[in-house]
Every structure is written in C-alpha cells, then in structure tokens.
Design a protein around this ligand. Structure first.
Ligand code: BJW
Length: 230
C-alpha cells in the first residue's frame, strides 16, 4: 500500500457476522425500547434497573463461546501487524472482538461492555457478571454508584483528541459496517476529506454518509475487508 497513516472506523456491521445484532437492523428495538430510550444518562437516572438489564444481557451474550472474531476483525489485526506506517483503529463497538483478533492500536470511542465505572470516583473496573442498582462499588463501598462504562447519547465520546489528531494526518480513511447515523463518528469522513485523504466505505449497503466517500465497497465485512486489506 502507498499510504503512511491509516485511520479505520468500525461499527456494529463488522460484528454482525460474529452474531452480535446491529442497532438499526430490522426494528432497531430492544424489548420494545428504542436504543435512544435506554442508552442515555436520563434513562439511567429514571430506570437504572432497565438500563443495567440491557447491558447485562449483552455482556452475557458477548461472553458466550460461539461469539468470536470473524475474518474482518482478523484481517484488520493482520494489517496493523504488517503495515509499515501507522494504523489507528477506532471502533464505536463496545464488544471486545477487535482486541481478541489481535488489534492493539485501538480506541473504543463509545466505551467497553466489560467495564463498569464508579460515578463517584471515576474508577473503571473490568466486570463479567450481571450487575444491578443495588451492587456495591469495589472502590467506595457505596450502593448505586456503578454504571456501564459506555458513552450514551449526549455524552462525550472517549479519546476524541487522539482521534482528531490521527484524522488530521491520515492519508487513508476506511469506514466499515456503520450506518453513519451517529455523530461525531459520522463526521470523521469529512475531516479525512478536508486533509486530502482517500476515503473508502465498506458496508452491506450505502450508508447515510455514502456521498462523502471516494470509494464504495458493498458486501459482507467478513468477505470484503480481507479482500481490501490483503
Ligand atoms: C454490515 C453487515 C455486515 C450489517 N457487513 N456491514 C442532531 C444532529 C447531529 C448530531 C446530533 C443531533 N442530535 C443529537 C446529536 C448527537 C448524538 C447523535 O449523533 N445523535 C444521532 C442519533 C442524530 N451523538 C451523541 O450524543 C454523541 N455524543 C456527542 O455528540 O457529544 C458531543 C460532542 C461534540 C463535539 C465533538 C464530540 C462530541 C454520543 C453518541 C453515543 C452513541 N452511543 C451508542 C449506544 C451506546 C453503546 C452501546 O450500547 O452499544 O453507540 S448509539 C449506537 O449507535 C451505538 C453505536 O456505536 C452507534 C453507531 O451505530 P452503528 O455502529 O453505525 O450501527 P448501526 O446498526 O446503525 O449500523 C450498522 C451498519 O452495518 C448498517 O449500515 C448495516 O448495513 C451494516 N451491516 N451487517 C458489513 N455483515
């Protein structure tokens, strides 16, 4: 490849073939709740039990033995390993499939499913078991201070400065498996375009941001990503 600095953005579509549901597929609902009604700080304040239940279910699913990285995750890890320049992988996904595939230069901009955060101290804990509003925090011993370490609507995504720095110096930006509905991630392509990077979308179907990309590859990520990077 003739590039020096690559930024890759991934979304739910890259994990779909590993068995993890996307957000906006079919009805886009979780047990009759819209994602916008469970993934907000207001929803958590109103009904912490329900929001914990949403993440408990997904945590349990992620830890099932049949949920594992697919060829798209593996191809990105291989790219990072063999590419001579810089590769930064920015994922909106809260699963751990990229790291399990071997990616290391990785930012989870919307947080991580297996982490809880104490709202008093800010301390982050890795946690695999179900949790509820009556759980006691390991750092302060209080009840009700633990929340999923997830970026909800209206909250600032993680490590944005690092992401913007990388976007401002990239010469290739690849977006994989994201519908382009959610900002700021949906706006990354415009930053990459503004610095003259080549921009490529790999998705099952045209995303909302389709017209902003130079190149388009439509098909399942597990087939198209290995073909593109190898
Ligand atoms: C395949 C495939 C296969 C399927 N192969 N492809 C009005 C205008 C603009 C912005 C706003 C606005 N009103 C409010 C906002 C801001 C808001 C926002 O964007 N809202 C929109 C809904 C309009 N954003 C925020 O609040 C964010 N914070 C913020 O903006 O802070 C201020 C700020 C200011 C300045 C700089 C920086 C920040 C926070 C957003 C938090 C998002 N959180 C969620 C849930 C939490 C995580 C969790 O529970 O998992 O994150 S929402 C949900 O959507 C989740 C995802 O990460 C995110 C993106 O979804 P994604 O990945 O694109 O999935 P899908 O399902 O939408 O698409 C999957 C795609 O894959 C599809 O296209 C399929 O075709 C494809 N596909 N199978 C390849 N096999």
């Amino acid at each position: 490849m003739q590039y020096q600095n690559i930024v890759i953005l991934t979304g739910a579509g890259i994990s779909a073939e590993s068995g993890i549901r996307t957000f906006r597929a079919a009805d886009g609902l979780w047990e009759n709740h819209r994602i916008e009604d469970v993934a907000t700080p207001e929803a958590f304040a109103r009904n912490p039990e329900l929001v914990h239940q949403f993440y408990n279910q997904r945590r349990e699913q992620l830890l099932m033995p049949d949920i594992r990285p697919n060829p798209a995750h593996l191809a990105l890890a291989k790219l990072e390993q063999y590419f001579k320049g810089e590769v930064l992988l920015v994922t909106q996904n809260i699963d751990n499939l990229h790291e399990r595939a071997g990616s290391r230069n990785l930012i989870h901009m919307h947080g991580e499913l297996l982490n809880l955060r104490c709202t008093t101290s800010g301390q982050v804990f890795t946690h695999h078991k179900p949790v509820g509003p009556d759980a006691r925090c390991g750092c302060c011993g209080q009840m009700g201070t633990l929340r999923p370490d997830i970026v909800w609507f209206g909250e600032m995504p993680m490590q944005m400065e690092l992401i913007y720095d990388a976007l401002e110096s990239c010469d290739l930006f690849i977006s994989i498996g994201t519908s382009g509905h959610v900002y700021p991630a949906a706006g990354f392509v415009e930053i990459a375009n503004s610095v003259g990077a080549e921009t490529v979308e790999i998705n099952l179907e045209p995303s909302k941001k389709q017209s902003a990309f130079d190149r388009h590859i439509y098909g399942p990520a597990s087939r198209e990503v290995p073909l593109f990077v190898e």
